[in-house]
Design a protein. Structure first.
Length: 176
């Protein structure tokens, strides 16, 4: 039930802003009582953390599982980019919540979530370094900027492209 609550609160809560939505509104959006939510979560922050922890840990697990054995660096990069885009499919609301409400969490929980993000960034940076060592060997700042630029392209895809299809995401993955 906890996963259902975390998964099923509707897009209206994200549009309104997670921080401005009451537990009663979240319960209504999930089709359950407020008491039922409080049975699983002692606060809205606990619900928020569960949503983001589930989302980011699953994404991290999927990305770092692509180890690139047997792939050239370009194919490895493409595999990771495609996996990210496919994982983001249907996760627009989680992106909005992450962007808008992460700062509302206690520092310890923010650090857990940032650690997932750091692991994903490090994994992608290693692939990019392997792809162009001559470009990045002596310039860690350039490697970080390039890595974060790729994540920026992926993270904001949903803002301008509303085509949820696998084909649209595969096309964009080839472009990135």
């Amino acid at each position: 039930m906890a996963r259902t609550i975390a998964k099923d609160h509707d897009e209206k809560r994200a549009e309104q802003g997670f921080d401005r939505a009451s537990m009663s509104q979240l319960a209504t959006a999930c089709g359950i009582s407020k008491a039922n939510i409080y049975h699983y979560y002692d606060s809205k922050d606990a619900l928020l953390f569960d949503i983001l922890d589930s989302h980011l840990s699953a994404l991290r697990d999927e990305i770092v599982a692509i180890d690139g054995q047997g792939l050239d660096p370009e194919a490895h990069l493409h595999a990771v980019v495609l996996a990210v885009l496919m994982s983001y499919r249907g996760a627009d609301e989680k992106h909005r919540i992450q962007d808008a409400a992460l700062a509302a969490l206690p520092e310890e929980q923010r650090n857990v979530l940032r650690d997932y993000q750091r692991e994903m960034v490090a994994h992608l940076a290693a692939i990019m370094h392997r792809l162009a060592p001559q470009v990045f060997d002596d310039d860690r700042k350039k490697l970080r900027a390039a890595t974060m630029s790729v994540f920026g392209m992926l993270n904001w895809f949903y803002k301008w492209n509303h085509d949820e299809s696998e084909a649209a995401r595969a096309d964009y993955a080839r472009l990135v």
